[in-house]
Write a protein that binds this ligand. Sequence first.
Ligand code: BG6
Length: 488
Amino acid sequence: MKEKENLCDIIIFGGHGDLALRKLMPSCYHLYLDGYISKKSRIVTVSRKDLTLNEHKKLIKEKLKKYLKNDLFDEKVFKEFSKQLFFIKIDLTKTKDYEKLTELLDTDKNRDRVNYLATAPSLFGIICKSLKKCNLVTDFTRVVLEKPIGSDLKSSQIINDEVAEVFDESNIYRIDHYLGKDTVQNILALRFSNALFMPLWSARSIDHIQITVGESVGVEGRWSYYDDAGALRDMVQNHLLQLLCLIAMEPPCNLEGDSVRDEKIKVLRSLRPIEAFEINQKTVRGQYQKGVIDSKSVVGYLEEEGCNPDSSTETFTAIRIDIDNWRWSGVPFYIRTGKRMAKKYSQIVIQFKEVPHMIFPKGGGCLEPNRLIIRLQPQESIELKIMNKIPGHSEGMRLKTVGLELSTPQNKPRTPDAYEYLLLDVIRSNPTLFMRRDEIEAAWKWCDQILLNWKEQGIKPKPYAAGTYGPSSSIALIERDARSWYEE
Ligand code: BG6
């Protein structure tokens, strides 16, 4: 066996759901194709669907053809890969049903196992307890929990407690797929392998930081899930706060799971709570109305299929965050995220302070502060914007901004998907890019206060037209501090 091959059974609960078919199965296929999963490993789909094994394989084939990027589906590879596919019909609420899984997996009891729970979080407890009852948990059994883990601190604690009755924290992998994105991992490389940035990375040189995660899609047929969540729970509590942690944390002593997570939790605990009196100045809620994206008309949130026309869930939020510690005192972090924005784009902008004294004549070009731009989507890249003289004497001393590309050019046929990285990390028992229980709870604690203030003060979302950058109050949020969102 090649050293990189891992012998491990992967059991996907909720295995016929959208996430499993769109992300997890394609990731398994690539890991298999690249030789990271042993040919003896079994990939077991658990779902309630009434399918034969052949029908299941047919469905997986169809979905792989649809979701594999760059037409990477190969008939011959699939023929081999499909030998590893298994399907078991289980009603997840009936412990007795799990015995079917024991029968299959018992044929090789001592093998590592990854249980991927791609189900509603309300089922996490019963799944874990049933696995234990049916003797399906060994010291080498890991469990992966998809977000959202709860809808507030209290519900997340209940879920975490239930899972903890069965699994040791070291075997629990709480996934946030943003941490699997190549450029997000590159933030660690950029910050902690380049001495250049070390003296600049603090309030001394940085004016403020912006994090934008914009999506052009709407609720994609998930209205009822989304309406219970909203942008703060769906995106901020996890993805945006995790990005903020990687930017703001102190250098860990090494890359081991707890070293990195010990630093992230310190950031989460330093987030200044947003009090009732400042909720309108520091936060914005928005909800999209009909509009135009990519020259196509799209309906508003309250006209989507299956909607409740009275909903006041936010599909956009912008927040000014302050971090109360020595490094970041006086440096605001402005974050925003929304559905049906003008385009899909996610970026982090680190804006440096202006030069202390200007020696260049007025009219010598527009002097802009240095910016480090970390782009996650649609293209991944890292660029440093600096001022430069326009060449030639006819221009005199005129300046313009130029961008220095700081990331490796992508010349590979494909970039692995975030789920592929993270699944491989679980298989290899590497928890660094997963969230620990205390992180989830600290993030909920901070978000809960915002949710409570919104509720108590009856703050309704402001409308914004689909295809724009959110409600105008999100522009006011940053302009109030004499700053503006960076758009290219
Ligand atoms: C998910 C959210 O966690 O992330 C979705 O539930 C959102 O609402 C998605 O669309 C965005 O992920 P990405 O990788 O496409 O930015």
